[in-house]
Design a protein around this ligand. Structure first.
Ligand SMILES: Cc1ncc(COP(=O)(O)O)c(C=O)c1O
Length: 362
């Protein structure tokens, strides 16, 4: 039966309206709506506690946070990165004059393969930019040892990994900087927004200048910055979300587990990193070939259900990347992967409809 309303890959969680309005009242009372206001400061503190990290710098988006991370660390030349990600991982490098060099992924866990990183290390390479794809931790120890051996900075695109624990601890303190996205499509969001988790205390201040035009105070502008500040309305949304995040993750976990049980043997799944407590924000499935994927997608679309070809296309095919590069594994996976709808409010009835449609259209 065709659903009356479209079901997308995710649905933005909206917290209790009265609670949000209480924060909005405070903003109106203070008349301060941006420029590192009290709610942004409060959210930074609460995120430090929730995530178990020392420093959080909030930004206007995840993409802005990536750009600030490169500027904070002074990345130049080449950065070795993954072709299997959202376009912002690569485009943020290019807009900062850094050439992305793509190291192919592991076909099972979909993350950058550390062995491939090594193949591309030259004297011009200054950084590694891996992505914890779909919240699945990268091989962080191997990446750490490569970065030490070759003196490379590591910036993790951690857009998907909010709240994930690895070996009982935060994953965000690996590398020099981890970058989160708090876009409305993410499991934890601030409408638009992002954050930097910076491990070197000395760099935190620099990042704060960089998100505010490089300004230190009324008379000093020590850095070349941009405007990448989060505002108070976004921080208010984040504070409300944080109250509900444990319940959101618990609900998505149930949905994730049902997909896993019912689709086993029909499609392939992402190989998960051991010793990890996930956030269950994504449910990617891998088909035998692109024809099969397109058939399932069409059948779902006809019933008003819109899974997402996430990530497609592989970033090594972007027209603006020169010189041309080719990552066979990423290209192959990109053509065969589909992320199924998963969000806290997805009903079991609709979920079973998705499962049935997938199974019947292979
Ligand atoms: C892996 C990855 N990196 C970066 C971004 C960019 O984040 P934002 O949309 O907050 O700019 C996203 C957002 O969707 C993402 O999925």
């Amino acid at each position: 039966m065709r659903l009356p309303n479209p079901v997308y890959v995710t649905k933005t969680y909206l917290p209790n309206k009265e609670k949000y309005m209480q924060y909005i009242d405070k903003i109106y009372e203070s008349n301060r709506i941006t420029n590192y206001g009290i709610l942004v400061k409060t959210l930074e503190q609460r995120l430090c506690e929730f995530l178990g990290v020392k420093n959080v710098v909030l930004t206007s988006s995840g993409t802005a946070a990536l750009e600030i991370a490169y500027r904070t660390l002074g990345i130049k030349g080449f950065a070795i990165t993954t072709p299997f990600s959202f376009v912002a991982t690569t485009s943020s490098l290019v807009t900062n004059g850094i050439l992305p060099i793509f190291a192919d992924i592991n076909p099972k866990d979909f993350n950058i393969d550390p062995q491939n990183i090594k193949k591309y290390i030259t004297k011009n390479a200054t950084a590694i930019v891996p992505v914890h794809v779909f919240g699945n931790p990268c091989k962080v120890e191997e990446i750490e040892s490569i970065s030490r051996e070759y003196n490379l900075k590591v910036i993790y695109d951690a857009a998907h990994i909010f709240g994930v624990k690895y070996n009982g601890k935060t994953i965000l303190e690996f590398g020099d900087i981890s970058v989160l996205s708090f876009h409305a499509t993410k499991i934890f969001h601030t409408i638009e927004g992002g954050a930097l988790v910076i491990n070197d205390e000395k760099l935190v201040q620099k990042a704060r200048y960089l998100i505010n035009f490089g300004i230190q105070d009324e008379e000093h502008i020590p850095e070349l910055g941009i405007n990448a500040k989060m505002n108070e309305f976004e921080a208010a949304m984040g504070l409300c979300m944080l109250d509900d995040i444990d319940v959101i993750i618990k609900n998505t976990k149930n949905i994730w587990e049902l997909y896993k049980k019912e689709l086993k043997g029909y499609v392939e799944f992402q190989k998960l990193t051991p010793n990890t407590a996930y956030n269950y924000a994504y449910f990617p499935v891998l088909f035998k070939d692109e024809t099969q994927l397109l058939k399932v997608k069409k059948a779902l679309n006809e019933q008003n259900i819109f899974p997402r070809r996430y990530f497609y296309p592989s970033l090594d095919t972007l027209s603006y990347i020169e010189p041309k590069q080719e990552c066979q594994i990423s290209r192959d996976i990109s053509k065969r992967i589909l992320c199924l709808p998963i969000f806290s409010e997805l009903s079991e009835c609709v979920q079973y409809q998705i499962i049935e449609l997938l199974r019947n259209n292979l």
